[in-house]
Write a protein of this length. Structure first.
Length: 301
């Protein structure tokens, strides 16, 4: 595995790799969810590229940028042992040199739900992902379903900027008790870790209510609200449409149940998708394979 630190060297080497090229962007602190993306990229492409970059642009004031887990040697070994051909690990000053001033505006999609709680977060994500895509020029980009709104923002940004990369979204990888894998799970204390799977149970219960025919979002939400176990507390639990991430009322399908619970200051994020009546998953299915009506992304306001 070659390791490069600058956009220029990443582009020069990525251009020599046999195509198609699959690309897995990460912030390091790798877990089985990341490795499942790498394994899928590896299986579906002639070459696999990964990146490690803890992106300051997507962290707000008071968030965990400084303490975000970092362990480059371990991460690089894992990526190498999973067959990654090229690792791009830019230094922050090469990604954002003095004078850096441009960023993407991701519109109302980036301002809803998660974006309302983390202003600027999705603009930071979209900006870094587009920079990474320009450096690697991959055929396909691999993302995890756990960050469902992130996948929608990146799909919209790459569409708006006429970028040819396919966006592949893989299902959330979970612990045996249902907790979605996350680099932030390491922050959890013993009691918080024991209660953490109740978030998935709650989100699942809401999705099951909708799948069972409930069309009132208040009633569907109430199927999950009480299932969250202390010391976890709700930030939000919403049923949204999968393209604009706007709350649905009355409920229609397809939809996504999105939720965040606080465990102390740690935010645990999860979601469950609700396919349309045609069975098509609204996050996992590539846009080009969805029926035309669902594939048309919402217009910017
Ligand atoms: O999901 C993540 O780890 C990050 O948001 C990403 C896509 C690597 C951009 O920094």
């Amino acid at each position: 595995m070659q390791v490069v630190r600058t956009p220029g060297s990443a582009r020069a080497i990525a251009r020599t790799l046999p195509r198609p090229v699959g690309f897995v962007p990460t912030m390091g602190a790798l877990h089985e969810g990341h490795l499942a993306l790498v394994d899928r990229a590896k299986a579906e492409n002639a070459s696999t590229v990964a990146s490690i970059f803890v992106n300051p642009l997507q962290f707000g004031v008071g968030e965990d940028f400084a303490r975000y887990p970092r362990g480059f040697e371990r991460d690089a070994e894992l990526l190498s042992s999973h067959g990654v051909d090229l690792l791009y690990a830019p230094a922050p000053e090469r990604m954002y040199p003095p004078g850096f001033a441009s960023a993407l505006d991701v519109g109302s999609l980036g301002a809803r739900i998660e974006g309302e709680r983390r202003p600027g977060h999705f603009a930071g994500v979209a900006t870094v992902v587009v920079k990474l895509l320009h450096a690697i020029e991959p055929t396909s980009l691999y993302l995890g379903q756990k960050d469902a709104q992130q996948t929608a923002v990146i799909r919209a940004a790459t569409r708006d900027l006429d970028m040819a990369t396919n966006i592949v979204v893989a299902p959330t990888v979970r612990e045996a008790d249902g907790l979605a894998l996350s680099s932030r799970n390491g922050y959890l204390g013993t009691e918080e870790r024991a209660a953490a799977p109740s978030l998935y149970r709650a989100v699942r219960a809401v999705a099951d209510a909708v799948l069972g025919g409930e069309r009132d979002p208040r009633k569907a939400r109430s199927a999950g609200l009480d299932l969250l176990e202390p010391p976890l507390r709700w930030d939000y639990l919403e049923i949204v449409d999968p393209l604009a991430f706007a709350p649905l009322d009355p409920l229609t399908r397809p939809a996504v149940v999105v939720a965040v619970a606080f465990a102390g200051s740690t935010r645990l994020l999860d979601n469950v998708t609700i396919p349309g009546a045609d069975g098509i998953d609204p996050i996992l299915t590539p846009l080009r394979l969805r029926p035309l009506a669902a594939a048309v992304l919402p217009a910017r306001p």
